[in-house]
Design a protein around this ligand. Structure first.
Ligand code: BG6
Length: 267
């Protein structure tokens, strides 16, 4: 489904409730979408914003990487066009046998910014434990001229070294090889400074304690069948959620809201 506003356009697939594009008029696309993405039933779309839920990564006791929300069919419940010109979509994930009593909704707001909110309500009589993550793929001009700021002093789990715990010492995280890190206990916003496109992307978040930073670099890019060999140069994933030690425990009757707002400024 395509959405156009006075400031921007966006595309959303009901497969995975996947926002595949957001582009402000006169700016390069904000979200990155792979030319090799398969758009197939049962497979995630490569790019945009996959919804990672109810688990992140590939725990030994779970089938498949990053949960099932990104590969299931969602339903569009409502489209609202307030007088300010924005468009708000509300989608819901039909009841899943794996999560009885769990109600999952997703609200996407399109205006001069893109907002996305994953809302999980526990209507069962048992505690619900899950991980969530909005896995935003961002378009950048050149990975070697990008830095991610806002993470200095934050502890991270290095997924390239068995989730070994380390502390970020740099003002800006740069990229000269594969990076795959889960920054933990970090509720603050981050910025992606892109010298090549002369753009700064701001990732603001609510109810998120983890920020995942990922770029596959050369070898992993080649190994992924739904991703171009050179595409690692033009994208970075800066993902907001609650994963690993920040897993969510939701008591019966309660609601969890993970919200992300993406904005950008050029010049
Ligand atoms: C990131 C993980 O969030 O997603 C990486 O940190 C993973 O380890 C990447 O490779 C892509 O995962 P997938 O399942 O979409 O290929």
């Amino acid at each position: 489904m395509e959405v156009t506003t006075p400031w921007s356009r966006a595309e959303i697939y009901f497969h995975g409730a996947h926002v595949t594009q957001f582009q402000k008029h006169g700016e390069p696309p904000l979200l990155f979408l792979s030319q090799c993405s398969r758009f197939e039933a049962g497979a995630p779309i490569r790019g945009g914003i996959p919804i990672i839920f109810p688990w992140f990564g590939k725990p030994a006791d779970k089938a498949g990487q990053h949960g099932f929300a990104r590969v299931r069919e969602w339903e569009l419940k409502e489209v609202v066009s307030p007088a300010d010109g924005s468009v708000i979509l509300r989608l819901s994930l039909p009841q899943q046998p794996e999560l009885p009593g769990c109600v999952v909704e997703y609200v996407v707001g399109v205006s001069n910014v893109l907002s996305a909110e994953l809302i999980v309500t526990n209507k069962s009589d048992q505690q619900l434990k899950f991980e969530n993550c909005l896995h935003t793929y961002l378009t950048i001009g050149d990975i070697s001229a990008v830095s991610v700021t806002g993470l200095k002093g934050v502890d991270y789990l290095d997924s390239l070294e068995g989730r070994q715990r380390k502390t970020e010492s740099d003002d800006g995280v740069g990229f000269t090889g594969e990076v795959d890190r889960i920054y933990i206990n970090t509720p603050q916003a981050v910025e992606i400074r892109d010298e090549s496109l002369r753009r700064v992307i701001n990732v603001e978040k609510e109810h998120s304690l983890s920020t995942v930073v990922w770029n596959p670099w050369i070898a992993k890019a080649k190994a992924m069948s739904d991703y171009g060999d050179d595409e690692y140069q033009r994208m970075v994933c800066v993902e907001s959620g609650n994963v690993a030690v920040n897993e969510v425990t939701l008591p019966p009757g309660e609601t969890s809201r993970l919200k992300v707002k993406l904005s950008s400024a050029t010049g």
